[in-house]
Design a protein around this ligand. Structure first.
Ligand code: ACO
Length: 311
């Protein structure tokens, strides 16, 4: 490394090595990472709600135990990601405050309601499936702590995806009513899942710069296409239909043609006007308030332990 930190940063990025917390980095690189990692963490935390809604109504003890474990994993991912963001010099309290006051975003997908048990299957299959397609490349992100956090998170997401697929498979091969419930659920979640990848490339504010910095390895549209191509065969194996009459193989492109999600709807949901935005935020604020005593008790305990050591 030379004396010029800018040149060193560029060298590290060009050589596909990792930028670490103590390294010099451009302020905009730091800000972009804080934004993306915090949004990601908030998504995991808010993402507990749609499935939390079904824990008490799971159809068997086994299903309940699995769902409970899955929602707990999401809490873990959130905390893990907040810790990764903290290595960039922000505090978790500040990030939580930015979420609760609506100044930082979380994924659009968690503003849709979970209307049936089949939604637990579809969220695992499509929503966690989309998350995996988006997150596996993030394991190679140029920022070390984020890349390393993503490795473990992706392993757990794979388990989530498979458990959702298995729920849907069971329903799709059950009674006609169960089959219908599964199909209805896939019909409702398909386009919102496609929208998770973000706006199309020409409207993506951050993609070009994030690609140059190797935070993002693929564009929103590239990952969306990969997801569609992956889902077609899986839907066939499930015996369910993806609700897109225009879906067909394009030999020239070597990929499926498909109908794009409604990006106007995505913008509305991001702005807070989705079906459940208000409910999700209210619930989160209330849970945070009700947890105040736990934070106070933990802080008091830590102070007491520190005091003991001093004596
Ligand atoms: N929901 C909410 N906001 C979104 C979404 C979405 N699905 N897609 C894009 N946006 C926001 C971006 O955050 C950005 O807003 P900002 O400038 O105020 O931060 C704006 O729309 C423009 O989008 P892009 O320029 O394309 O943003 P970016 O380069 O950050 O790409 C993406 C968006 C792909 C979501 C990226 O941030 C990412 O890969 N994040 C990590 C993964 C993640 O957060 N997953 C959460 C859901 S998965 C789960 O939790 C199970």
């Amino acid at each position: 490394a030379g004396a010029d930190p800018t040149a060193y940063f560029t060298e590290v990025i060009d050589a596909d090595q990792k930028v670490e917390p103590r390294d010099w980095m451009p302020e905009a690189y730091r800000r972009t990472l804080i934004r993306q990692i915090a949004q990601h963490a908030h998504s995991e935390i808010i993402g507990m709600q749609p499935e939390g809604n079904w824990i008490t109504r799971a159809p068997s003890l086994k299903r309940k135990a699995i769902l409970l474990a899955k929602v707990q994993d999401e809490a873990g991912h959130g905390l893990y990601l907040y810790a990764a963001a903290e290595t960039l010099g922000v505090s978790r309290d500040d990030l939580v405050d930015l979420l609760l006051t609506g100044r930082q975003k979380y994924s659009s997908i968690f503003n849709y309601p979970t209307l049936s048990w089949a939604d637990m299957g579809t969220i695992g299959w499509l929503v966690d499936g989309a998350a995996i397609v988006n997150q596996v490349p993030l394991c190679r992100c140029s920022y070390g702590p984020y890349a390393r956090a993503m490795i473990r998170i992706c392993k757990e997401e794979s388990f989530h995806q498979r458990q959702g697929y298995e729920i849907l498979y069971t329903l799709a091969h059950g009674t006609p009513a169960q089959r219908e419930m599964a199909q209805d659920s896939v019909n409702r979640w398909w386009y919102p899942s496609l929208a998770m990848f973000g706006p199309p490339d020409q409207d993506s504010t951050h993609s070009a710069q994030s690609m140059a910095w190797k935070i993002k390895r693929f564009t929103n549209d590239e990952l969306r296409q990969r997801f569609v191509d992956m889902c077609v065969g899986q839907a066939e194996a499930l015996g369910l239909t993806l609700p897109d009459p225009a879906l067909r193989w394009n030999d020239e492109r070597g990929a499926y043609d498909f109908t794009q999600p409604d990006y106007e709807e995505l913008l509305r949901v991001i702005k807070g006007e989705g079906p459940c935005n208000r409910q999700r935020m209210e619930h989160r604020r209330q849970a945070h308030q009700e947890g105040a005593w736990v934070r106070a008790a933990a802080a008091a305990y830590a102070a007491k332990q520190a005091n003991k050591k001093e004596k």
